[in-house]
Structures are given as C-alpha cells and as structure tokens.
Design a binder for this molecule. Sequence first.
Ligand SMILES: C[S@@+](CC[C@H](N)C(=O)[O-])C[C@H]1O[C@@H](n2cnc3c(N)ncnc32)[C@H](O)[C@@H]1O
Length: 470
Amino acid sequence: MSDWRGDTFEIRLGAPGHGGFCVGRHEGRVVFVRHGLPGELVRAVVTEDRGGSFCRADAIEILEAAPDRIPATCPVSGPGGAGCCDFSFATPRAQRALKATVVAEQLRRLAGVERDIVVEPIAGYPADSTAGWRTRVRLAVDARGRAGVHRHRSTGVITDLRCPQPVPGAVDGIGERDWTPGAELVIAVDGDGVRHIVELAPVDVEPREGSRRGRGRADSDGRARGRDARGRGGRPGRGPRASAAELSGTQGLASAGTERRNAAARRAATHAPREEWVLAGSGRAVEYVSGRRWEIAATGFWQAHRGAAQCYSDLIAEWSGLEPGDLAWDLYSGAGVFAARLAEQVGADGAVRAVESARSAVADGTAALHDLPWVDLRADRTERWIVEHASGAAPAAVVLDPPRAGAGKEVIATLTEAGPARIVHIGCDPAAFARDLGLYQNAGYTLTDLRAFDAFPGTHHVECVALLRR
Ligand SMILES: C[S@@+](CC[C@H](N)C(=O)[O-])C[C@H]1O[C@@H](n2cnc3c(N)ncnc32)[C@H](O)[C@@H]1O
C-alpha cells in the first residue's frame, strides 16, 4: 500500500466535512484537506496516510482563492501549526455557513432530518468578530518550561500565544514566565474580570502530601513564583522533568503512530486526578447568569464563550414550557446553571432534579442554588442516576448537555421510556448530536425546533440545541 505522506499535489476542494476540512479527490482517493475553502484550487501536502481509502492533507498554497478567503486572523494555526483557529482564514459569515453545512449534513446522514441550518452568533456577541470570546484557556508547558498550544494532532508544543480567541488580558505575560516543565496551565478570566492561573501537575509527577489545591497560595499580583518559592510551596522547580512524549513532540522526532499513542496517553492522563497549584487569583472563579452568582473551581467546567451560559440558559427557559408545580430534570448539569432557570419556572411547589459526575461542581452548584431548596443536585453518573429515577413520576421537561460524545443509546432509551413531554438537548459535536436526535426520533419524539450557535468563533466547532416533543 502506498504511503503519500509528504507528497504534494494540486487538488480542487469540495464540500466541508465534520472536523474542519474540505473534501477533495486525488487519483481516486478521498483527501481531507485543512486550511482550504470549498471551490478553491490548492496545492496540498499529505500529513497523514494510514493507507485506507482516505488521507489527510494541509493546503500550503492557494492557487485559486474563494471570495470568502481573508488573511488568517490567527497566526498560530496555519499548515503545520496549532489546531486552535482552523477557520480563521474565512470571513466570520463564511465560517458560520461552513458549520451550517456540516450540521445539516450530519443531521441528514445520521438522523434522517432534512433541515436548513443557520448558525447564529452567540447573543450579544458581534457577528463580524471571531476574537476575544474565550474565558477558559488550557495551555501545555514544554520541556523548557514554556507555555504554549499543542500542534494539530500532535503532542508538540507551539509557544506562540497570539491566538485571538482568549478574552483580553487572559494570556498577558504568560509567554514571558517559566512554568513547571510538562505541566498544564488552566487560565480562567471570571465574570468579575479576575484572572485565575492554575498549574496542573505533570502527569509523571507523583502526588505529594498536603492539600490538593493552592498549596502555599498564589501571589496576589498574579506573578508565577520563582524557583525557590516553588520548592517551598510544594510545586516542582524547573528541570529536566519532561517525559519522553513531550521531548519527542517538541523536537518533532516522533512518528505518526507514536504521536497518536502519546496523544491518547495524554488524553487519558488529563482526566486522572492531578495535583493543582493556584498561581494567580484565588482559583475560585465567580460567574453570573441571569443575576445569579456562582463561585466555582477555576479548573471546573464553565461554558468557554463569555456569552454562552446566558444564551443557552435563556433558550432553555423559553423552550422548557414549564409551569409552576412541574417536575424537571437537568442531566450533566455542571454547577446547575440550567437547573437554576428551571427552578425559577417550576417554583417552590415544583421540583428540579439534576445530576453531574464532578463532585466539586455539585458542591459549588449546591452553594449557588442554596435559596432554591426544591433543586436536588446529585453527584452521580447520569447513566446510573437515570435508571434509578426513570420509574418515578415523569418529568414535564428534561434538559441534557452531555459531553462531546453525546448521551448515547442507554441514557436516551431510559429517558424516552420515562416519557417527558419536552426534551431540550444540547450538543457540541454535530455527529454525536445527530446520532442522539436519531435515537429520540426512533423512540417516538419529534424534532420541533433547532438552533445552532457559533460558540467557538474562528474554529470549526459549533453548538446545537434541539427541542423534542412527544
Ligand atoms: C458540556 S458540560 C455541561 C455543564 C452544564 N450544563 C453547564 O452548562 O455548565 C457536561 C458536564 O457533564 C459532566 N459529565 C460528564 N460525564 C458525565 C456523566 N457520565 N454523568 C454525569 N455528568 C457527566 C461533566 O463533568 C460536565 O460538567
């Protein structure tokens, strides 16, 4: 089987596919080409070829440009660069049109739904800008202690922090400081404008004794502490601490297979408990939705776009159709942002049951919703919780905002058997979202409304919200 990696050729690009590329054909094979637009003629270099019916390539020269092409607004994400702003060379309107095409295609293929899709800017956010929206930034730290973003489909670290996504000030000064080699940085700019910087221990560092969060406290001015202070505070100093994976990624020596294995190992390790050091702010991010105040772990989940939590919460309030005294569920609830809105609708004579697997989010949500005692926020896996609750009274409305992989067969089977009148389903992966919609339809629910939001401007990512009724 021939391996085209490194080959270059001219190729005419067709429709966009799910994942931030356009589809073309070369010598009978399908080629997924990043950094191009439909209709463009480009010179492409093959970046990945596993020998199957398709390979992946980057457009490295634009021979015939589409009218929607603009100079890239992100200097970090071009061919061979980071995976952050993979649509930054298209007008914002064209970016939304690309995403709409992808959502429509996934709905057609995976849910049998024929529907024109419009991708809207997040409410209150300018339609002609793709910068300054991200309030949560996660950075890698390379073997030399420099913070950066991962090269696309690689463990390699690019230490150029000029990506335009973060809200103003989020990454100021980060590139000039030294960090613990192999660590990750979580930066959160909260609703009060306070910046929190938390370092997550390298995955190859053994957990230490003492409290898990904020040992030795952060500097109040947000400066990362120097080597001596780090040692005293329990945070490892700089040194030759990088793992083989980081070294190979940084030096660009790893094979594609090694890169994939490293990436898989890194993803798995990312979800394992890790020691955290709060280096700026308090590590407790304050957020507001509809006048309610949350205080949550800066490393915990919060919608990344600064306007997203309010935008989705307003739509849920509009679509849930709840009356005072009703029962509602909020599945995968995080800190209960949607549960709070549902609770206001059902009132003290009603009830809201919410479930979330992250214990810290449940604790933070319970504190934020202390004045709504008819909300029951539980720490559990939705898969288990729903089986226990499905045989009770049917909820009038259920909101689900599952992680990227979607809710899946088991949860949706149990949920549809419970028989809520309305389901509001939120999904950030168009394929998983479409598969879940297909499951609802097979169980007798009808898609009655659908909106798609440009919650990740500059990227190929898109958030969809569906209303289903029995
Ligand atoms: C996309 S977030 C939505 C959070 C919340 N709706 C919000 O807007 O803040 C998905 C949430 O599901 C949680 N989660 C992931 N897997 C879960 C599971 N199996 N059961 C319950 N919660 C889960 C995550 O911790 C995360 O808080």
